[in-house]
Design a protein. Structure first.
Length: 423
């Protein structure tokens, strides 16, 4: 096929993305722990690799990691985080890691953790003239008070303002988290990148009466569940207080904790009558969600709330803290109830109300399931691909999912995709 030739002013020419885009990802959690951050980033890398993008991931690891990671992992040296040994603190870019970066020649740096590794990656990108973007996964400043370090919160925000101010984009998982960052002076390049949920896996149809009986729960006894990492900042103390208050009031229910973490032994001592399943995965996790009746999640440190979305997809009404993340997901009075953070009495009243009212549980659970359907993973991940192109080519608003061959929405018509690849 022949194309007509035209003379186009240089300033109007839009550069095409490389046929094989290369992204360097820097994160503090990738395969050594199975949490919301690591699972989201692995899903992102898998998606990108299926869309003509190479990814090289720099992250700490351990001898026998629990996650089978996506992409090529370049391990970096690390040490256990004090008081939280399941997490690793990266010690930065080694000479070997820097050599790998020079060989890989990434088109884009994506920094998921603002630690020493992330800081050195940002400086490397600046010196190399390569765009750097960041995703905000963990509300670190809110964690400090749970570990006796609340006095450092102001300084942490100062550092984060400087760090994210040097990034072309900052991807946040919820509007409420974006509002919080803006209130702290972090407002450059904010982009909304929510999370998704597999609504086929997390489904009310996974409810299993036989399994409930096998763990000692009567058919007519509502289960109120905490599902997630058993750590201080997830509000496990409040969950324990609520469960004990319900027992003292004679409210018929069964408390269940699904997950593992450093606060587990203490929680077992506080709740001797609760069921503890340990950490569950895949179908077993989906069954535990669907076999519950109320999801109680008092955490006020969420940036999004993956477990809340999974509970909603499973048809559960969620009782959550009225804080970042949960505030975006839960529609108060429709899909669940939002409670002032730390208000044990209000959490107890909300849980008691839902435990005693099966019609309310069914109504809110059905609405929660319907709301969760809007969070489809392919659409969520395609948005990130579009953001990457926006960061790389700010003057070229691409259409489609943002990859080579899709064409662009600029003022110069592009030839067909094969011609783009060949020119």
């Amino acid at each position: 096929m022949q194309y007509e030739t035209h003379t186009i002013p240089r300033k109007r020419i839009r550069p095409a993305p490389p046929v094989r885009r290369r992204v360097a990802l820097f994160t503090g959690a990738y395969n050594h722990i199975a949490d919301g951050v690591s699972l989201t980033l692995n899903r992102l890398v898998s998606y990108l690799e299926s869309r003509d993008t190479e990814a090289l991931i720099f992250a700490p690891t351990i001898a026998d990691p629990p996650v089978e990671h996506a992409g090529i992992l370049a391990p970096v040296p690390s040490i256990p985080v004090p008081q939280r040994a399941e997490y690793r603190l990266s010690l930065g870019l080694t000479p070997n890691a820097r050599s790998l970066l020079r060989t890989f020649r990434p088109h884009l740096f994506h920094i998921a953790t603002p630690d020493l590794l992330g800081y050195q990656a940002l400086r490397f990108a600046e010196r190399a003239g390569v765009p750097a973007v960041a995703s905000y996964h963990t509300h670190f400043s809110s964690y400090l008070r749970y570990y006796g370090l609340g006095r450092l919160e102001a300084r942490s925000w100062q550092y984060l303002r400087r760090f994210y101010g040097r990034c072309r984009h900052v991807y946040v998982p919820s509007q409420s988290m974006a509002d919080t960052l803006r209130s702290e002076g972090i407002d450059k390049g904010i982009r909304l990148w929510t999370r998704g949920v597999d609504t086929h896996r997390f489904n009310p149809a996974r409810r299993d009466t036989a399994w409930r009986r096998s763990i000692g729960v009567q058919d007519d006894t509502p289960i109120i569940s905490f599902i997630g990492r058993v750590v201080r900042e997830k509000g496990v103390r409040i969950f324990a207080e609520v469960a004990r208050s319900l027992e003292e009031q004679g409210v018929c229910h069964q408390s269940m904790v699904v997950g593992d973490g450093p606060a587990l032994d203490d929680l077992r001592r506080q709740l001797p009558r609760a069921i503890f399943t340990g950490r569950l995965e895949n179908g077993a996790l989906a069954r535990a969600y669907a076999s519950s009746d109320v999801f109680l999640f008092p955490s006020d440190t969420e940036t999004f709330g993956n477990v809340t979305l999974e509970a909603m997809a499973s048809g559960l009404p969620a009782v959550c803290a009225d804080a970042t993340g949960s505030r975006t997901l839960v529609a108060h009075g429709e899909t669940g109830l939002l409670i002032p953070p730390g208000d044990i009495r209000a959490f107890t009243q909300a849980a008691r109300h839902l435990i005693r009212s099966e019609p309310e549980r069914r109504r809110m659970g059905a609405a929660a399931r319907e709301r969760a359907r809007a969070y489809e993973w392919n659409a969520v991940l395609a948005r990130m691909a579009h953001y990457y192109d926006e960061a790389l080519y700010p003057e070229a608003p691409w259409v489609g999912d943002g990859y080579a061959g899709d064409g662009y929405a600029g003022d110069v018509e592009a030839p067909p995709s094969q011609a783009i690849r060949a020119l």
